[in-house]
Write a protein that binds this ligand. Structure first.
Ligand SMILES: *Cc1c(COP(=O)(O)O)cnc(C)c1O
Length: 215
């Protein structure tokens, strides 16, 4: 199965980089995958899963994980009007990217007394169509989130498809280091080994685990 293969590649990449394999969280990105493939990965004992749409994720995981025992990650963009639902479902949100969203999450965290772990998404390629704060704005945005009392754990990026991912991973690592953020959410099916070499702590792997997404 894809999962075993990816687990051993993660361990090999970690060892090669002089890192402990347990320091890398493998998030199985299950968006749009048929339910039987997702069930097989749950049955194999995997616990961390990623989704990119709140509504789709809610429908799927309320059925697959009614007790909320699994470790669910939102890796896609979050609209403020879905923040409450997302905060109830996900243990980690990787896509905090604007002040209004940060303020909404802070208000809901105060109201409910709970908040997921948060990553700030950085648009390292400065692409217009992509979410995330610009690299030049990242330090100020991290400070604003901290000022709101948010539990920031790291930074996330999604490099441009046609560029060398390593440059983007290195940039993200540099911004995280100077902001004293311990986690780096970077690396997908095609480049997670490069991401591990550059310090990724959270890799988001979909098709290499489950097979290609049906269109
Ligand atoms: C879909 C998705 C992934 C996984 O992509 P694969 O290429 O299938 O590994 C990772 N991160 C985000 C934000 C995604 O939307």
């Amino acid at each position: 199965m894809g999962l075993d293969d990816i687990r051993s590649r993660v361990a090999a990449a970690a060892t090669k980089a002089g890192r402990a394999p347990e320091a890398i969280r493998l998030i199985a990105v299950s968006k749009k995958q048929p339910e039987e493939r997702v069930r097989a990965v749950i049955e194999a004992g995997h616990v961390s899963f990623g989704e990119n749409r709140v509504q789709e994720a809610a429908e799927r995981w309320e059925a697959l994980d009614p007790g909320g025992a699994l470790d669910l990650h939102l890796v896609g963009p979050l609209q403020t009007n879905k923040a409450r639902q997302a905060m109830g479902l996900f243990g980690t949100i990787h896509s905090v990217d604007r002040l209004k969203l940060a303020q909404t999450i802070a208000r809901l965290a105060e109201e409910t007394g709970a908040c997921p772990d948060l990553f700030v998404q950085v648009n390292t390629g400065e692409e217009d169509q992509k979410a995330g704060v610009r690299p030049a704005d990242a330090d100020a945005f991290v400070a604003e989130c901290r000022g709101l009392g948010l539990p920031l754990v790291g930074l996330m990026c999604l490099p441009p498809v046609d560029e060398e991912a390593s440059l983007h991973f290195a940039l993200l690592a540099k911004i995280a280091e100077r902001n004293e953020l311990p986690r780096l959410s970077m690396g997908m099916s095609g480049d997670f080994e490069v991401a591990i070499a550059l310090g990724a702590t959270d890799i988001r792997v979909g098709s290499a685990i489950f097979g290609s997404r049906p269109v």
